[in-house]
Ligand binder design. Structure first.
Ligand SMILES: [Zn+2]
Length: 299
């Protein structure tokens, strides 16, 4: 059985026994979506009330230390079951979906969210799931469990970034309103090496611990991977801290599905506001160009 079939089976089984998941899937079917066009690209703004917990999650060290980890197997609801992926991971249905077939892929052991040495797992996951995206949110870039290594995945039907970057061969996407590196290739080892190098260069520029602030999304189709690396300057935008908009962009938002849990925000948020948020939270142009030039010169 292919993994996609196994995931279908997992959803069927989990929907039968796990009311929270049913509620999440129903919530998603009621989600309203509004499209805004910014320059030459689309953003789908999605009003998903059940995402409010993730959007506003306290992810500072103190709050994290105080709560039981919701990704550790012993703390999962009794109905929640997963399927193995490789040596180290278990795939679960995400009860707070943003897209159809939203999955959380969780490391079996409790340990920091950290991409080094794990990007290969991400590529393998994407290769097993054509038609899906696989994302990684850095510990200060949208992961609501920064203390437990995990990825997310889901059907990528709506994600505009794939169409918008189709045919681009460079490692950057010009005039895209958010700075993103695009690494494509058919060779797993080469891609891992390039990603490691990009992260290393970003660490020199952003200088963050234990890794530079990043989001990653990976797609796989017909033997080729496309990996999008978003270097970040900031976790949450000022409008969040000022209480003006309840938004906390992570990989999926940067790929073009912008989640707003509150109805009033859904009504009033504009494409310009989203463009400003993207500029504010991703790496500024000059620093981005510097890293891009170094990376290009090494290709
Ligand atoms: Zn844990």
């Amino acid at each position: 059985m292919t993994m996609i079939r196994e995931i279908e089976e997992l959803f069927k089984q989990q929907v039968r026994v796990w009311p929270q998941l049913v509620k999440g899937i129903e919530g998603l079917t009621q989600a309203k979506t509004r499209r805004v066009r910014i320059d030459w690209f689309d953003i789908f703004i999605r009003h998903i009330p059940h995402r409010v917990g993730s959007t506003t999650a306290a992810v500072d060290r103190k709050s994290i230390a105080k709560r039981p980890c919701f990704l550790c197997a012993e703390n999962l609801p009794p109905e929640e079951e997963g399927m193995r992926f490789g040596e180290d991971f278990t795939i679960y249905c995400n009860p707070f979906p943003i897209v159809d077939h939203h999955l959380t892929i969780v490391h079996r052991e409790h340990g920091l969210q950290h991409i080094a040495s794990r990007f290969g797992n991400m590529l393998d996951l994407a290769a097993a799931l054509p038609g899906y995206f696989v994302t990684y949110n850095g510990p200060e870039c949208g992961a609501s469990a920064p203390d437990h290594m995990h990825f997310q995945a889901g059907l990528r039907g709506l994600l505009p970034i794939e169409q918008e970057t189709a045919g681009l061969t460079g490692i950057t996407v010009p005039n895209y309103g958010r700075n993103v590196f695009l690494l494509r290739g058919r060779d797993r080892a080469v891609l891992i090496h390039r990603m490691d190098r990009a992260i290393e260069l970003l660490a020199g520029t952003i200088g963050k611990r234990p890794e530079p602030m990043i989001n990653i999304a990976v797609f796989y189709e017909r033997g080729t991977w496309a990996a999008y690396l978003f270097p970040r300057k900031k976790h949450r935008p000022e409008v969040f801290h000022r209480g003006e908009l309840t938004v906390s962009p992570a990989s999926i938002d940067l790929c073009g599905i912008f989640v707003v849990p509150l109805a009033q925000d859904f009504e009033r948020i504009t494409g310009d506001a989203i463009a400003a948020i993207f500029r504010e939270i991703t790496l500024p142009d000059d620093q981005f160009r510097e890293v891009a030039e170094r990376l290009e010169s090494e290709l």
